[in-house]
Design a protein around this ligand. Structure first.
Ligand SMILES: Cc1cc2nc3c(=O)[nH]c(=O)nc-3n(C[C@H](O)[C@H](O)[C@H](O)COP(=O)(O)OP(=O)(O)OC[C@H]3O[C@@H](n4cnc5c(N)ncnc54)[C@H](O)[C@@H]3O)c2cc1C
Length: 599
């Protein structure tokens, strides 16, 4: 995938100039801008450090680079590592194996059909039942790679689609539509049985889950009735992800907006647009206007930074067009608890990120810890207040209730939970520790691999999902240590042809016992606004290919995320959305969001 990304990036490099502002936007930029306002904003002495464009470089090992590097947008690193190369080659063979599986699916259509929903409560049929909890990065990747000839696959999740989370920030400001970054789980995987529901509990002994389902009561009513049913499994894959973390800080959920699901993006977008209408009401004084249009982002990881970048684009391009009189009242701040932003990036890129955000009009506050959020201000540890009209919280994630309950129920899990996060502990083969028969596997944000420290990202979750699918496809005996191949672990019975034979050869390419999961770190990317981004492309932990910032970074971000979309429909829709936003501006309408007292 990385190779595809890089190739597509190089092919499209010529279009980088496409990020230059349109003529109409050049005219607009002669009006007062957010950036100009930022320069004039008086800074209170008690506020944490503010980032100015001419800020001295941060101390740190990454800053050993020559001074000239600071002005470059593209650094070829070409630091290679033999172990990474072997892992990369192994992954390439895995991909060939997946392609063969897809070809077999395409050329040998079988009447897979859906399971009989009436019989879901018991395990029936010739094939073992694989139940997958979740339609996120982990669950979706697994379902794509699993061999449906060998398993009846049932996916249970309250959400009936995959969401491309890296672009939720873009959808929250209207750069792309939410429908462009979601993919129906049924449309993408017709072979699976999908049940909309939320798992309430897991009985690991009985191999049974209890699921809450929802059904609408009346037309126009959003309330739902809860019904309960039970579902047996042969193997269970736990991929329920995490939820927005508040870390006990009062007021987070009550007074700030979060971004985890499509519904969050829609809510945030509505609230954002409403601020401009509210600030335009007759009789609103300047002070109130300034307060309404103070946008505060808390958290400086990729989610907080990308939202800040997307929002600064909206404030610089669309707001001056539609609400020119409001421009002088706008401010945008981002709070970081650390001494910099984007902690997972190289120091040089962090520095560039800081400068880009500042140049885009954002006031970056470093070393600032929020201890409470009230209706109109974030209160910092030092007692100072940062007022806002709209607050966006991107402080991190924490365990879902189901994960906490499951940790408490499975023997030994509670003792294994790390101090920092509550996650189910899995071994190197993604088997949940404490489940003796290896029937529950865990992937993604909800789990931590014993002895490893993987980031909680879609990249890790997707690789884990594909790994578990291959583990199951190849027929490793999961209740045995160092899982060996089952004697009959070739293709499905009666399924011998050239494609499956080639697949067998790859499957059995020396992997007589399963290899533990290996995360192949392909790098990190973030969009910063103003047509700039940062990108660190890797071929493993110790293999660095290139670092990029500015327009090159943005170009790599865009091309990677177009390629990474899970369907051709989504790729086309995202490209069209970008073109629409660039040509006509972002959509500021919210037709379903009006107040009509007489009705
Ligand atoms: C705004 C944002 C931007 C991000 N950007 C990036 C990025 O650029 N790169 C990157 O690698 N990562 C990014 N991430 C992180 C990435 O989205 C997560 O790490 C990833 O989603 C984890 O995958 P998962 O499969 O574990 O969980 P999720 O993708 O969260 O999926 C969990 C699934 O479980 C379902 N579920 C929840 N509860 C239950 C239940 N009780 N029963 C059954 N199903 C349940 C959910 O509905 C969902 O379908 C971003 C995240 C966010 C929120």
């Amino acid at each position: 995938m990385l190779t595809v990304n890089i190739l597509s990036s190089l092919l499209l490099l010529g279009s980088v100039s496409g990020f230059a502002p349109l003529p109409s936007q050049r005219l607009i930029s002669q009006r007062p801008t957010v950036s100009a306002l930022h320069v004039k904003t008086p800074t209170k002495p008690e506020q944490p450090e503010q980032v100015a464009p001419a800020r001295p470089p941060l101390p740190g090992p990454g800053n050993d680079d020559k001074d000239s590097d600071k002005d470059k947008d593209l650094f070829f690193k070409l630091q290679l590592d033999a172990a990474d190369f072997l892992a990369f080659s192994g992954r390439a063979l895995d991909t060939v194996e997946d392609v063969l599986l897809h070809l077999r699916r395409a050329y040998e259509p079988k009447a897979l059909g859906a399971l009989n929903l009436q019989s879901l409560s018991t395990r029936q049929g010739a094939k073992p039942r694989l139940v997958v909890l979740g339609t996120g990065w982990g669950g979706h990747a697994l379902v794509k790679v699993i061999d449906h000839e060998k398993y009846d696959v049932v996916v249970v999740s309250p959400r009936n689609c995959f969401v491309f989370t890296p672009m939720l920030a873009a959808s929250a400001v209207g750069t792309v539509e939410t429908s462009s970054i979601t993919e129906s789980i049924k449309a993408a995987n017709p072979q699976v049985t999908y049940v909309q529901g939320s798992v309430r509990s897991i009985d690991a002994e009985a191999h049974r889950i209890t699921v809450d389902t929802f059904s609408s009561l009346n037309v126009g009513s959003s309330s739902a009735a809860v019904e309960k049913f039970e579902l047996d499994y042969s193997k269970l894959v736990y991929a329920v992800g995490s939820k927005t973390g508040t870390f006990g800080i009062p007021g987070v959920m009550e007074h700030s907006y979060v971004l985890k699901e499509v519904s969050d993006a829609r809510r945030l977008r509505r609230a954002l647009l409403r601020k401009f209408d509210e600030a335009s009401f007759p009789g609103v004084d300047d002070e109130r206007r300034r307060q309404l249009l103070s946008f505060l982002v808390i958290g400086s990881g990729p989610t907080g930074v990308e939202f800040t970048g997307e929002l600064s684009d909206l404030l610089k391009t669309d707001v001056p067009r539609l609400f020119p009189d409001l421009v002088p009242f706008i401010s945008l701040k981002i709070i970081s608890a650390g001494k910099t932003i984007l902690p997972m990036f190289d120091k040089v890129l962090q520095e560039k990120g800081l400068k880009t955000l500042a140049a885009g009009g954002a006031n970056v506050m470093l070393n600032a810890r929020v201890k409470e959020i009230t209706r109109s201000a974030a209160i910092l540890q030092d007692g100072s207040e940062v007022p806002f009209g709209l607050c966006f919280w991107a402080g991190g994630t924490e365990a879902r209730k189901l994960t906490r309950d499951t940790i408490a129920k499975i023997p030994g899990q509670t003792e294994m939970v790390g101090a920092a996060r509550e996650q189910l502990t899995v071994d190197g083969y993604m088997r949940v520790k404490g489940v003796k028969d290896g029937s529950i596997l865990g992937i993604g944000d909800a789990v931590r691999v014993e002895g490893q420290q993987f980031p909680t990202t879609g990249q890790v979750a997707a690789q884990e999902g594909a790994y578990v699918a291959r583990l199951l496809n190849r027929g490793y005996v999961l209740d045995t240590d160092g899982p060996p191949l089952a004697p009959n672990a070739a293709a499905a019975p009666g399924d011998k042809n050239i494609l499956s034979a080639a697949g067998d050869w790859l499957r059995l390419r020396g992997d007589i016992a399963a290899r533990p999961f290996h995360f192949l770190n392909l790098g990190v990317l973030a969009y910063l606004g103003s047509g700039a981004g940062v990108a660190e492309l890797r071929g493993g932990d110790n293999t660095r290919l290139l670092d990029a910032s500015g327009k090159v970074g943005s170009f790599l971000w865009r091309s990677t995320y177009v390629v990474k979309q899970v369907s051709m429909r989504n790729r086309v829709c995202v490209l069209i959305d970008w073109a629409k936003a660039k040509t006509f501006g972002r959509d500021f309408t919210s037709p379903s969001d009006y107040y009509s007292p007489e009705e």
